[in-house]
Design a protein around this ligand. Structure first.
Ligand SMILES: Nc1ncnc2c1ncn2[C@@H]1O[C@H](COP(=O)(O)OP(=O)(O)OP(=O)(O)O)[C@@H](O)[C@H]1O
Length: 373
Protein backbone atom coordinates (compact mmCIF):
# COMPACT_ATOMS: atom_id res chain seq x y z
CA UNK A 1 0.00 0.00 0.00
CA UNK A 2 1.28 3.48 -0.83
CA UNK A 3 0.55 6.08 1.81
CA UNK A 4 1.48 9.16 -0.18
CA UNK A 5 1.63 9.41 -3.96
CA UNK A 6 2.88 12.67 -5.46
CA UNK A 7 2.62 12.90 -9.23
CA UNK A 8 4.32 15.57 -11.31
CA UNK A 9 3.95 18.34 -8.72
CA UNK A 10 4.87 21.80 -9.96
CA UNK A 11 4.59 24.93 -7.82
CA UNK A 12 5.50 28.46 -8.88
CA UNK A 13 5.68 31.63 -6.82
CA UNK A 14 5.81 34.41 -9.41
CA UNK A 15 9.03 33.84 -11.39
CA UNK A 16 10.33 31.23 -8.95
CA UNK A 17 9.66 27.58 -9.70
CA UNK A 18 9.75 26.11 -6.18
CA UNK A 19 8.83 22.59 -7.35
CA UNK A 20 9.47 21.33 -10.83
CA UNK A 21 7.60 18.13 -11.70
CA UNK A 22 8.15 16.16 -8.47
CA UNK A 23 6.98 12.55 -8.53
CA UNK A 24 7.40 10.53 -5.34
CA UNK A 25 5.80 7.44 -3.77
CA UNK A 26 6.09 7.23 0.01
CA UNK A 27 5.21 3.83 1.45
CA UNK A 28 2.80 3.18 4.26
CA UNK A 29 4.62 3.49 7.63
CA UNK A 30 7.81 4.62 5.97
CA UNK A 31 10.03 7.29 7.55
CA UNK A 32 11.17 9.47 4.67
CA UNK A 33 13.46 12.48 4.95
CA UNK A 34 13.47 15.27 2.39
CA UNK A 35 17.01 16.66 2.36
CA UNK A 36 18.36 19.59 0.40
CA UNK A 37 19.93 23.04 0.58
CA UNK A 38 17.99 26.17 1.47
CA UNK A 39 15.48 27.11 -1.23
CA UNK A 40 15.47 23.66 -2.88
CA UNK A 41 11.69 23.28 -2.33
CA UNK A 42 11.53 21.00 0.74
CA UNK A 43 9.02 23.00 2.79
CA UNK A 44 6.88 23.70 -0.27
CA UNK A 45 6.58 19.96 -0.88
CA UNK A 46 5.63 19.32 2.76
CA UNK A 47 3.04 22.10 2.71
CA UNK A 48 1.52 20.70 -0.47
CA UNK A 49 1.14 17.25 1.15
CA UNK A 50 -0.50 18.94 4.14
CA UNK A 51 -2.87 20.94 1.92
CA UNK A 52 -1.52 24.28 3.18
CA UNK A 53 -0.33 25.09 -0.33
CA UNK A 54 -1.82 23.99 -3.67
CA UNK A 55 0.19 22.76 -6.64
CA UNK A 56 -0.09 24.54 -10.00
CA UNK A 57 0.15 21.14 -11.65
CA UNK A 58 0.14 17.57 -10.42
CA UNK A 59 -1.73 15.54 -7.84
CA UNK A 60 -1.42 14.40 -4.24
CA UNK A 61 -2.99 11.10 -3.22
CA UNK A 62 -3.22 9.87 0.36
CA UNK A 63 -3.99 6.17 0.64
CA UNK A 64 -5.16 6.11 -2.95
CA UNK A 65 -7.51 9.10 -2.65
CA UNK A 66 -6.93 12.25 -4.69
CA UNK A 67 -6.67 15.21 -2.30
CA UNK A 68 -7.46 17.94 -4.85
CA UNK A 69 -10.08 20.12 -3.19
CA UNK A 70 -9.64 18.47 0.24
CA UNK A 71 -8.78 21.24 2.75
CA UNK A 72 -5.88 20.82 5.16
CA UNK A 73 -8.02 20.13 8.22
CA UNK A 74 -9.82 17.27 6.47
CA UNK A 75 -6.65 15.45 5.41
CA UNK A 76 -5.37 12.47 7.41
CA UNK A 77 -2.23 14.47 8.17
CA UNK A 78 -0.69 16.26 11.15
CA UNK A 79 2.25 18.62 10.95
CA UNK A 80 4.97 19.82 13.33
CA UNK A 81 6.16 23.25 12.23
CA UNK A 82 9.74 24.49 12.42
CA UNK A 83 8.92 27.07 15.12
CA UNK A 84 6.48 24.61 16.80
CA UNK A 85 3.58 27.11 16.34
CA UNK A 86 2.23 26.64 19.87
CA UNK A 87 -0.40 29.13 21.05
CA UNK A 88 1.38 31.25 23.69
CA UNK A 89 -1.75 31.88 25.79
CA UNK A 90 -2.66 28.19 26.09
CA UNK A 91 -1.14 25.52 28.33
CA UNK A 92 0.33 22.43 26.72
CA UNK A 93 -2.93 20.62 27.46
CA UNK A 94 -4.88 23.41 25.75
CA UNK A 95 -2.51 23.35 22.79
CA UNK A 96 -2.94 19.60 22.36
CA UNK A 97 -6.70 19.49 22.87
CA UNK A 98 -7.61 22.54 20.74
CA UNK A 99 -7.19 20.75 17.42
CA UNK A 100 -8.76 17.55 18.75
CA UNK A 101 -11.90 19.42 19.78
CA UNK A 102 -12.27 21.83 16.89
CA UNK A 103 -10.53 19.85 14.14
CA UNK A 104 -11.65 16.32 14.96
CA UNK A 105 -14.82 17.25 16.87
CA UNK A 106 -13.96 15.32 20.06
CA UNK A 107 -15.66 16.30 23.32
CA UNK A 108 -13.59 18.14 25.96
CA UNK A 109 -13.32 14.96 28.00
CA UNK A 110 -12.37 12.76 25.03
CA UNK A 111 -9.76 15.29 23.90
CA UNK A 112 -8.22 15.52 27.39
CA UNK A 113 -8.11 11.75 27.78
CA UNK A 114 -6.30 11.44 24.48
CA UNK A 115 -3.90 14.30 25.34
CA UNK A 116 -2.99 12.69 28.68
CA UNK A 117 -2.50 9.32 27.05
CA UNK A 118 -0.02 10.75 24.50
CA UNK A 119 1.68 12.88 27.17
CA UNK A 120 2.16 9.80 29.32
CA UNK A 121 3.66 7.84 26.41
CA UNK A 122 6.04 10.74 25.74
CA UNK A 123 6.76 11.26 29.46
CA UNK A 124 5.72 14.93 29.39
CA UNK A 125 2.72 14.81 31.78
CA UNK A 126 4.38 17.30 34.13
CA UNK A 127 4.43 19.85 31.28
CA UNK A 128 0.70 19.73 30.54
CA UNK A 129 -0.14 22.78 32.63
CA UNK A 130 2.76 24.93 31.47
CA UNK A 131 2.53 27.60 28.83
CA UNK A 132 5.10 27.67 26.00
CA UNK A 133 7.16 30.48 27.49
CA UNK A 134 7.65 28.48 30.68
CA UNK A 135 9.26 25.60 28.78
CA UNK A 136 12.68 25.01 27.20
CA UNK A 137 13.07 24.59 23.44
CA UNK A 138 13.29 20.81 23.81
CA UNK A 139 10.15 20.70 25.97
CA UNK A 140 8.23 22.84 23.48
CA UNK A 141 9.40 20.53 20.73
CA UNK A 142 8.03 17.50 22.63
CA UNK A 143 4.66 19.22 23.17
CA UNK A 144 4.44 20.15 19.47
CA UNK A 145 5.14 16.51 18.62
CA UNK A 146 2.59 15.30 21.21
CA UNK A 147 0.00 17.58 19.62
CA UNK A 148 0.72 16.10 16.20
CA UNK A 149 0.66 12.49 17.43
CA UNK A 150 -2.56 13.00 19.43
CA UNK A 151 -4.47 13.43 16.18
CA UNK A 152 -3.68 9.76 15.38
CA UNK A 153 -3.24 10.83 11.76
CA UNK A 154 -1.88 8.35 9.23
CA UNK A 155 0.77 10.83 8.11
CA UNK A 156 2.99 12.95 10.37
CA UNK A 157 4.91 15.75 8.67
CA UNK A 158 7.83 17.47 10.40
CA UNK A 159 9.48 20.65 9.13
CA UNK A 160 13.05 20.99 10.47
CA UNK A 161 11.95 19.54 13.84
CA UNK A 162 15.37 19.83 15.48
CA UNK A 163 16.34 23.36 14.48
CA UNK A 164 17.44 25.55 17.35
CA UNK A 165 18.05 22.68 19.80
CA UNK A 166 21.44 22.12 21.40
CA UNK A 167 23.61 19.30 20.10
CA UNK A 168 22.89 16.74 22.85
CA UNK A 169 19.13 17.27 22.81
CA UNK A 170 19.21 17.20 19.04
CA UNK A 171 20.69 13.69 18.98
CA UNK A 172 18.37 12.23 21.63
CA UNK A 173 15.24 13.81 20.10
CA UNK A 174 15.85 12.62 16.58
CA UNK A 175 16.03 9.03 17.84
CA UNK A 176 12.90 9.56 19.93
CA UNK A 177 10.92 11.10 17.06
CA UNK A 178 11.74 8.17 14.83
CA UNK A 179 10.59 5.67 17.49
CA UNK A 180 7.38 7.55 18.33
CA UNK A 181 6.25 7.82 14.72
CA UNK A 182 6.97 4.12 14.19
CA UNK A 183 5.10 3.12 17.37
CA UNK A 184 2.16 5.22 16.22
CA UNK A 185 2.08 3.19 12.99
CA UNK A 186 2.16 6.46 11.05
CA UNK A 187 4.01 7.43 7.89
CA UNK A 188 6.60 10.11 8.72
CA UNK A 189 7.97 12.75 6.36
CA UNK A 190 10.70 14.98 7.77
CA UNK A 191 12.17 18.02 6.06
CA UNK A 192 15.75 18.78 6.98
CA UNK A 193 18.88 20.38 5.60
CA UNK A 194 21.00 18.34 8.05
CA UNK A 195 22.33 15.23 6.36
CA UNK A 196 23.14 13.57 9.69
CA UNK A 197 19.51 13.91 10.81
CA UNK A 198 18.33 12.44 7.52
CA UNK A 199 20.85 9.59 7.67
CA UNK A 200 19.90 8.63 11.23
CA UNK A 201 16.10 9.07 11.06
CA UNK A 202 15.08 7.93 7.61
CA UNK A 203 14.31 4.61 5.95
CA UNK A 204 14.79 6.49 2.66
CA UNK A 205 16.00 9.97 1.79
CA UNK A 206 14.84 12.14 -1.11
CA UNK A 207 17.59 14.64 -1.98
CA UNK A 208 16.26 17.85 -3.54
CA UNK A 209 18.00 20.49 -5.62
CA UNK A 210 16.32 23.36 -7.44
CA UNK A 211 12.77 22.05 -7.03
CA UNK A 212 13.56 18.52 -8.17
CA UNK A 213 14.31 15.20 -6.49
CA UNK A 214 17.81 14.35 -7.69
CA UNK A 215 18.16 11.05 -5.81
CA UNK A 216 15.89 8.81 -3.78
CA UNK A 217 17.38 5.93 -1.82
CA UNK A 218 18.29 4.42 1.53
CA UNK A 219 20.97 6.20 3.56
CA UNK A 220 23.49 3.51 2.56
CA UNK A 221 22.62 3.79 -1.15
CA UNK A 222 23.12 7.55 -1.07
CA UNK A 223 26.38 7.21 0.83
CA UNK A 224 27.86 4.44 -1.30
CA UNK A 225 26.48 5.36 -4.74
CA UNK A 226 25.68 9.07 -4.98
CA UNK A 227 24.31 9.79 -8.46
CA UNK A 228 26.14 13.09 -8.80
CA UNK A 229 28.88 15.26 -7.33
CA UNK A 230 26.11 17.40 -5.76
CA UNK A 231 24.64 14.46 -3.78
CA UNK A 232 28.12 13.16 -2.95
CA UNK A 233 29.13 16.50 -1.46
CA UNK A 234 25.90 16.74 0.52
CA UNK A 235 26.04 13.35 2.26
CA UNK A 236 28.73 12.53 4.84
CA UNK A 237 30.57 14.49 7.53
CA UNK A 238 33.28 15.49 6.94
CA UNK A 239 32.11 15.69 3.34
CA UNK A 240 33.50 13.78 0.38
CA UNK A 241 36.61 15.34 -1.17
CA UNK A 242 35.71 16.59 -4.65
CA UNK A 243 38.87 17.15 -6.69
CA UNK A 244 38.78 18.57 -10.19
CA UNK A 245 40.89 16.82 -12.73
CA UNK A 246 41.90 17.81 -16.23
CA UNK A 247 42.18 15.62 -19.32
CA UNK A 248 45.59 16.46 -20.72
CA UNK A 249 45.75 14.16 -23.70
CA UNK A 250 44.05 11.05 -24.87
CA UNK A 251 44.97 8.36 -22.37
CA UNK A 252 46.07 10.68 -19.54
CA UNK A 253 44.52 12.86 -16.85
CA UNK A 254 46.09 15.31 -14.38
CA UNK A 255 44.62 14.71 -10.90
CA UNK A 256 45.31 15.75 -7.32
CA UNK A 257 47.06 12.38 -7.06
CA UNK A 258 49.22 13.19 -10.07
CA UNK A 259 49.00 11.91 -13.62
CA UNK A 260 46.68 9.00 -14.17
CA UNK A 261 46.49 6.83 -17.24
CA UNK A 262 43.19 5.74 -18.69
CA UNK A 263 42.35 2.75 -20.77
CA UNK A 264 39.89 2.21 -23.58
CA UNK A 265 36.91 1.59 -21.26
CA UNK A 266 37.11 5.17 -19.97
CA UNK A 267 36.78 6.67 -23.45
CA UNK A 268 33.24 7.75 -22.50
CA UNK A 269 34.81 10.21 -20.04
CA UNK A 270 34.98 13.32 -22.13
CA UNK A 271 35.99 16.73 -20.83
CA UNK A 272 37.21 17.47 -17.34
CA UNK A 273 36.06 15.26 -14.51
CA UNK A 274 35.70 15.50 -10.75
CA UNK A 275 37.13 12.79 -8.52
CA UNK A 276 35.36 12.08 -5.24
CA UNK A 277 36.91 10.29 -2.30
CA UNK A 278 35.54 10.06 1.22
CA UNK A 279 37.89 11.20 4.02
CA UNK A 280 37.72 7.73 5.59
CA UNK A 281 38.95 6.21 2.30
CA UNK A 282 42.15 8.27 2.28
CA UNK A 283 45.01 6.69 4.21
CA UNK A 284 48.20 8.14 5.62
CA UNK A 285 51.55 6.59 4.72
CA UNK A 286 52.83 4.45 1.90
CA UNK A 287 50.29 2.40 -0.06
CA UNK A 288 49.67 -1.21 0.83
CA UNK A 289 49.43 -2.35 -2.78
CA UNK A 290 50.66 -1.39 -6.26
CA UNK A 291 47.26 -0.26 -7.60
CA UNK A 292 46.87 2.54 -5.08
CA UNK A 293 46.73 6.19 -6.06
CA UNK A 294 49.27 8.04 -3.97
CA UNK A 295 50.75 11.48 -3.49
CA UNK A 296 52.29 13.77 -0.90
CA UNK A 297 51.27 16.99 0.76
CA UNK A 298 51.60 19.25 3.80
CA UNK A 299 49.43 18.87 6.89
CA UNK A 300 47.80 22.27 7.34
CA UNK A 301 45.15 21.46 9.99
CA UNK A 302 44.39 18.62 12.39
CA UNK A 303 40.90 18.63 13.88
CA UNK A 304 40.31 16.37 16.89
CA UNK A 305 36.99 14.58 16.56
CA UNK A 306 36.78 12.10 19.45
CA UNK A 307 38.22 8.75 18.39
CA UNK A 308 39.02 10.15 14.94
CA UNK A 309 40.92 13.14 13.63
CA UNK A 310 40.19 15.05 10.46
CA UNK A 311 43.50 15.92 8.80
CA UNK A 312 43.64 18.61 6.09
CA UNK A 313 46.47 17.97 3.63
CA UNK A 314 47.49 20.63 1.10
CA UNK A 315 48.39 18.83 -2.11
CA UNK A 316 49.52 22.09 -3.74
CA UNK A 317 46.41 23.46 -5.39
CA UNK A 318 43.77 21.40 -3.61
CA UNK A 319 43.16 20.35 -0.03
CA UNK A 320 42.38 16.73 0.78
CA UNK A 321 40.56 15.81 4.02
CA UNK A 322 41.25 12.46 5.58
CA UNK A 323 39.96 10.76 8.72
CA UNK A 324 42.44 8.83 10.81
CA UNK A 325 42.44 7.27 14.24
CA UNK A 326 43.48 9.69 16.96
CA UNK A 327 46.40 7.38 17.82
CA UNK A 328 47.97 8.36 14.49
CA UNK A 329 49.29 11.83 15.20
CA UNK A 330 50.35 13.61 12.04
CA UNK A 331 52.36 16.70 12.91
CA UNK A 332 51.12 20.08 11.78
CA UNK A 333 53.19 21.35 8.79
CA UNK A 334 54.86 17.97 8.26
CA UNK A 335 54.96 16.41 4.80
CA UNK A 336 53.00 13.19 4.58
CA UNK A 337 52.29 10.55 1.97
CA UNK A 338 48.62 9.72 1.41
CA UNK A 339 46.96 7.04 -0.70
CA UNK A 340 43.57 5.77 -1.80
CA UNK A 341 42.27 2.61 -3.36
CA UNK A 342 40.88 3.18 -6.90
CA UNK A 343 37.88 1.05 -5.83
CA UNK A 344 37.00 3.88 -3.42
CA UNK A 345 37.46 6.79 -5.83
CA UNK A 346 34.25 8.03 -7.49
CA UNK A 347 34.48 9.69 -10.90
CA UNK A 348 31.93 12.36 -11.88
CA UNK A 349 31.33 14.09 -15.21
CA UNK A 350 32.37 17.60 -14.09
CA UNK A 351 31.35 19.60 -10.97
CA UNK A 352 27.59 19.50 -11.67
CA UNK A 353 27.78 16.17 -13.40
CA UNK A 354 26.54 12.65 -12.89
CA UNK A 355 28.60 9.79 -11.56
CA UNK A 356 30.46 7.85 -14.24
CA UNK A 357 31.62 5.04 -11.92
CA UNK A 358 34.52 4.13 -9.67
CA UNK A 359 38.07 4.78 -10.89
CA UNK A 360 38.76 1.04 -10.82
CA UNK A 361 35.72 0.26 -13.02
CA UNK A 362 36.74 2.95 -15.51
CA UNK A 363 40.26 1.62 -15.90
CA UNK A 364 41.97 4.69 -14.43
CA UNK A 365 45.39 3.62 -13.22
CA UNK A 366 48.02 5.61 -11.39
CA UNK A 367 50.90 3.28 -12.08
CA UNK A 368 53.18 5.95 -13.47
CA UNK A 369 52.74 8.15 -10.41
CA UNK A 370 53.12 5.29 -7.93
CA UNK A 371 56.46 4.48 -9.48
CA UNK A 372 57.59 8.10 -9.10
CA UNK A 373 56.76 8.48 -5.38
N1 LIG B 1 5.08 31.98 -0.20
C1 LIG B 1 6.11 32.14 -1.03
N2 LIG B 1 6.19 33.24 -1.82
C2 LIG B 1 7.21 33.41 -2.69
N3 LIG B 1 8.22 32.54 -2.84
C3 LIG B 1 8.22 31.44 -2.07
C4 LIG B 1 7.17 31.19 -1.13
N4 LIG B 1 7.43 30.00 -0.53
C5 LIG B 1 8.59 29.55 -1.06
N5 LIG B 1 9.06 30.41 -1.98
C6 LIG B 1 10.29 30.23 -2.79
O1 LIG B 1 10.29 28.93 -3.31
C7 LIG B 1 11.58 28.35 -3.25
C8 LIG B 1 11.53 27.07 -2.42
O2 LIG B 1 11.24 27.44 -1.07
P1 LIG B 1 11.09 26.36 0.10
O3 LIG B 1 10.75 27.11 1.35
O4 LIG B 1 10.17 25.29 -0.32
O5 LIG B 1 12.56 25.79 0.15
P2 LIG B 1 13.29 24.99 1.35
O6 LIG B 1 14.14 23.97 0.68
O7 LIG B 1 12.29 24.50 2.33
O8 LIG B 1 14.18 26.12 1.97
P3 LIG B 1 14.62 26.36 3.54
O9 LIG B 1 15.49 25.17 3.89
O10 LIG B 1 15.38 27.64 3.46
O11 LIG B 1 13.37 26.43 4.34
C9 LIG B 1 12.50 29.42 -2.68
O12 LIG B 1 13.12 30.09 -3.73
C10 LIG B 1 11.54 30.32 -1.94
O13 LIG B 1 12.04 31.64 -1.88
Amino acid sequence: MTAIELTNITKRFGDVTALDGVTLSIRDRENLSILGPSGSGKSSLLRIIAGLEHPDEGTVELDGKDQSGVPAHQRDVSIVFQNFALYPHLSSLGNITLGLRHGLGLSKQEAETRAREVASRMRVEELLHRRPKAMSGGQRQRIALARALARHAGVVLLDEPMSGLDAQLHISLRAEIHQLISQEGATGVTVTHDQQDAMSMADRIAVMDNGRIVQLGTPDELYDSPVSAFVAGFIGAPPMNLLSSVRTESGAMETAYGRVSTDVSSAALTGDVVLGVRPEDVRLGRPEHGNAWTTEGEVILVEPNGPLRTVHVDLGGSVLLLSCRSAERPQLHSRVAVWSDPEKIHVFHGPGGLRAGMASELGLTAAALSAAV
